[in-house]
Design a protein around this ligand. Structure first.
Ligand code: PMP
Length: 375
């Protein structure tokens, strides 16, 4: 089976083997050495001299943790969104009682930097800007470097830049310190070649200062407590020991390959997907300049439904994702992050070409949208 969804992603044997071992005490030397080693490797991938914290939890938990640690009720926060995950970030913040101003763009397009710039000037005091680096619902990679620069050059230079990099960190060059990102969030089941269940976040000095002022309640997700324990190689509560075995193995593999090579590989995979898709007559949702390096959304040809395509691909042993929200039946999404080779892409795209050819050659009966099971 080819698992080509945008997470969870396939696991290399090295990672599976590393997890196949007995538990260890999380209050002893072996565990401490492992957590220090994992943290050092993560800091290299995030390209930060600051702290990187690891919590048991999924990416959404990491997003919630960032909000709960950095802000206070009523804080004004801008959320730049052009997709399901951008909207989710804003939704989490508004549940916590923040005053959210959305800067929205159409799904499939880039975030609106001009509108962000104007908002930063006219909104008065802004405590933070919520950004999505890689919008997994549309296959768009947003220019968070430019967005961060706009924040620093605005009348709100100290606004916290909080980035959901869940589906790109580890696969894509995101120099957290150089781009002055205050908190960047990722999750183990994406580019990290590990199972779901860990969320990893970088925290800048500006963000640490914000945690001193922030009054939103949190207990499990307390960054300050996590940092205090991390300094001695421990976590406040029971860590996900088995997952950490796996993550350590995958980080060693990534280090062996070299960051530059990992980033280049993902760019090559993206280009290969888009080239083969176009050859099969399929049109990517995102334009080339803003195309994601880890997930590609393709419009399904006129007259076909995404669900037909994904079901027929499954019959050929390739699992891809459909769309989300309004795009549910209009696009399919192909994950190409983590443990993926050009050969995997070729198998996937061959199956896609065969399925779409088959559907377009059919006499049309299968193409008539059936009402049964329709959303
Ligand atoms: N943000 C982005 C950009 C994502 O791709 C995902 C997962 N698809 C999430 C947030 C949520 O992550 P999780 O499912 O681990 O909570």
């Amino acid at each position: 089976m080819q698992l080509r969804i945008p997470g969870p992603t396939p696991l290399p044997d090295e990672v599976l083997d590393a997890m196949h071992r007995p538990m260890i005490s999380h209050r002893e030397g072996e565990f401490r050495a492992m957590l220090f080693d994992i943290t050092e490797h993560l800091k290299r991938s995030f390209q930060t001299e600051g702290d990187v914290l690891v919590f048991p939890g999924v990416g959404t938990g990491g997003m919630e943790a960032a909000i709960a640690n950095l802000f206070s009720p009523g804080d004004r926060v801008i959320c730049a969104s052009a997709g399901a995950f951008g909207d989710r970030f804003g939704e989490i913040a508004s549940r916590f009682g923040l005053d959210i101003v959305y800067v929205r763009s159409r799904w499939g397009e880039a975030i609106d930097l001009q509108a962000l710039e104007v908002s930063l000037e006219v909104m008065g005091k802004v405590a933070g800007v919520l950004l999505t680096h890689n919008e997994t619902s549309t296959g768009v990679q947003h220019d968070i470097e430019a967005a961060s620069r706009l924040v620093r050059g605005s009348g709100n230079p100290d606004a916290l830049v909080v980035v959901d990099a869940i589906s790109s960190m580890g696969a894509v060059d995101i120099p957290v310190d150089r781009w002055e990102i205050d908190v960047a969030i990722t999750a183990s089941q994406k580019a990290w070649m590990a199972p779901p269940g860990l969320t990893m976040l970088s925290v800048s000095e500006r963000a640490w200062a914000a945690t001193e002022r922030a009054t939103l309640p949190h207990y499990y997700w307390d960054f300050q407590v996590a940092r205090r324990f991390a300094r001695r190689g421990e976590t406040p509560y029971t860590p996900a020991v088995g997952l950490l075995f796996g993550l350590q193995a995958s980080l060693h593999m990534l280090a062996g390959e070299g960051l530059a090579r990992v980033f280049a590989r993902h760019t090559e995979l993206r280009d290969r997907v888009r080239q083969l898709a176009r050859r099969a007559g399929l049109v990517p949702l995102a334009s080339d300049e803003i195309a994601s390096r880890t997930v590609t959304a393709l419009r399904v040809p006129e007259g076909m439904r995404a669900r037909q395509v994904t079901e027929l691909m499954r019959e050929r042993g390739v699992i891809v994702a459909g769309g989300q929200g309004a795009l549910e039946d209009a696009i399919i999404r192909i994950g190409h992050m983590g443990f993926v080779s050009p050969a995997d892409i070729d198998v996937t795209m061959l199956a896609l070409a065969q399925v779409t050819a088959e559907l377009s050659m059919s006499d049309g009966r299968e193409l008539v949208p059936s009402t049964a099971g329709a959303a």
